[in-house]
Design a protein around this ligand. Structure first.
Ligand SMILES: Cc1cc2nc3c(=O)[nH]c(=O)nc-3n(C[C@H](O)[C@H](O)[C@H](O)COP(=O)(O)OP(=O)(O)OC[C@H]3O[C@@H](n4cnc5c(N)ncnc54)[C@H](O)[C@@H]3O)c2cc1C
Length: 534
């Protein structure tokens, strides 16, 4: 018999095996379970700092009078003979995990990626901070591993109904992520470890017969006389040549920053796109010690044992959600625009999460009906009104650039934002391109800034001290999710308006974040397999 037992201890007792064993036996006794022998396997750890005292919940699988099952991950990938092949556009989590699914059936994945491999991409990312140059094909969003490579690498998702989270975590672990991700309640890889993990995945895909083409940007779809997608056209940036790639199916895993791909679909098959709710706002950065102090109730021992504190905030203002997103404890704010004429910020952290700052996006829900008319008119002129949200997003990013300097981002102390006052100076910040003092409420759409203002007062009630002199808002955070969905058939996974095209991952509008996009890649490629092997 197997029982799941959770015990609660103080941070000091997390490694106290004797005490934990005794608590587990007490729990079994409470359930009147008799046994001769037990084997205990640790499953998950979570921290509860809500009620004044920090508690750690530890979950165990307890095997009663039986041996623990061997739950080791055994990959089922096969070497492809190349008889069947699938084009995958984009090497983010959706594309890479999708490729691994195809290899389980010996189908050859051919990955087309506009950006560079991680070692080259690192140099372009450094140039954003040092030279304020954004390479439109190699940046925080584009390149090997997608937006996930130089990200925080937080691996938790609330979409546990969409697939097998454990499978994704096991695959990450197989390719070199720490085994702690299998048991932590909030698993996290860290930006310093992610590139090696992604490189190992790519090497395995190539070793098993797959192809990966970097510097290669898809700019059109190849259609047969039945209007089915049979392949793609791409520009090879290494020599400027145009190439055609044919396959048994095309998987589109281009992420939500690929504006050109949305425009291409909007032109050739506007009905394939659907406007959807997204969110935009700012990133708030605090000195880490302030957030740790609030969350751990100034218990310095807890901070030492448990690392940088996390938080999650949510409120409702004037019928729209306002919430924290992608919180990075002990992290950095980074310039993550994929186009030189805009500014976008995001957050990341290293595995140790030990920087002096903690930051989080604070974003306001934007529904299709909230988009100002002028963007609907512009989208209409492009022949696809569903793209209005995308144009609105681009405009916020352009305004940020106008109010910043190069990639130095417009910023305001939180207190000054609430008092509608320009900030005279700033505390030290992790955002390396620099901060430019700006009255955010003057150029952020009122839909966003007025709700942010009210929300910060609410957040200060749930986290007393959140609104403080040292908190700084850095703008804008616009890429938490996509404003358009590429509609797909619920059963076949195919794009409803473009047959044999399988949109997946964050750009499709059906997933968000690393784990759910990876699961979507796995799920959609299973449907691709069913189609082409039947
Ligand atoms: C700085 C930062 C931090 C983040 N932190 C986290 C986090 O901690 N946890 C989390 O869950 N999520 C995080 N995210 C979000 C996460 O990275 C994305 O949700 C995830 O990567 C989406 O996966 P995807 O495969 O669908 O798309 P993407 O990762 O966006 O990959 C799409 C790929 O397609 C390529 N591409 C686009 N257009 C073309 C084209 N025309 N031709 C060829 N290739 C193309 C791109 O270059 C890119 O490599 C973060 C994002 C950023 C930017």
């Amino acid at each position: 018999m197997v029982q799941i037992i959770t015990v609660t201890v103080s941070p000091d007792d997390v490694a106290n095996e004797k005490k934990i064993n005794s608590l587990i036996r007490t729990e079994l006794a409470k359930k009147n379970i008799r046994y001769k022998d037990i084997s205990v396997i640790f499953e998950k750890k979570s921290v509860d700092a809500r009620h004044g005292k920090v508690k750690v919940h530890l979950r165990y699988k307890v095997y009663i009078d039986e041996k623990p099952a061997d739950e080791k991950f055994e990959p089922k990938w096969k070497t492809s003979d190349g008889k069947k092949s699938v084009i995958i556009v984009g090497s983010g989590p959706a594309g890479l995990f999708g490729a691994l699914r195809l290899l389980e059936y010996g189908i050859k994945p051919v990955i087309i990626e506009r950006g560079k491999e991680t070692s080259e991409r690192k140099k372009d990312i450094a140039s954003i901070s040092t030279k304020h140059i954004v390479d439109g094909n190699s940046n925080y969003c584009f390149g090997e591993g997608g937006a996930g490579t130089f990200s925080d690498g937080k691996l938790y998702t609330r979409s546990n109904k969409r697939g097998n989270i454990a499978e994704v975590l096991q695959i990450f672990n197989y390719f070199g992520a720490d085994k702690k991700i299998l048991t932590d309640a909030h698993p996290h890889i860290g930006t310093d470890r992610l590139p090696q993990v992604i490189n190992s995945m790519r090497n395995k895909i190539i070793e098993l017969g797959g192809e990966v083409h970097f510097n290669c940007c898809c700019n059109d779809f190849l259609l047969n006389e039945k209007k089915e997608v049979t392949g793609i056209k791409a520009v090879d940036f290494t020599d400027g040549s145009e190439k055609c790639f044919y396959g048994d199916a095309v998987v589109l895993a281009t992420g939500h920053s690929a504006t050109d791909i949305y425009k291409l679909i909007g032109k050739i098959a506007p009905d394939a796109l659907e406007a959807k709710t997204f969110a935009a706002g700012v990133r708030v950065e605090h000195p880490r010690e302030i957030i740790d102090g609030i969350q751990f109730h100034n218990n310095s021992e807890a901070t030492k044992d448990l690392g940088a504190a996390e938080y999650r905030l949510v409120t409702q203002v004037d019928e729209r959600g306002v919430y924290s997103f992608c919180m990075c404890p002990g992290g950095f704010v980074v310039p993550s625009s994929s186009e030189g004429d805009g500014i976008v910020v995001n957050g990341m952290s290293s595995a140790a999460r030990n920087s002096k700052w903690s930051n989080s996006a604070i974003v306001v829900e934007i529904r299709p009906e909230d988009i100002p008319e002028e963007f609907k008119d512009q989208a209409q002129k492009l022949g696809c009104v569903q793209m209005a949200g995308l144009l609105f997003r681009t405009e916020i990013e352009r305004l940020a650039k106008e109010n910043g300097e190069g990639q130095a981002a417009p910023a305001q102390r939180l207190i000054d934002f609430l008092n509608e006052k320009k900030s005279v100076d700033f505390p030290s910040s992790s955002y390396t391109p620099g901060l430019v003092s700006s009255e955010l409420q003057k150029w952020l759409p009122d839909h966003i800034s007025s709700r942010l203002k009210k929300a910060f007062y609410d957040f200060n009630k749930s986290m007393n001290g959140f609104v403080c002199e040292q908190a700084v808002l850095i703008a804008p955070e616009t890429r938490t999710s996509t404003p358009v969905r590429i509609v797909r058939n619920k059963d076949s996974g195919e794009c409803t308006a473009l047959k044999n095209l399988f949109p997946c991952g964050e750009g499709s509008g059906y997933s968000g974040g690393i784990v759910s996009s990876a699961m979507d890649g796995l799920n959609i490629c299973k449907l691709v397999v069913e189609k082409i092997l039947n």
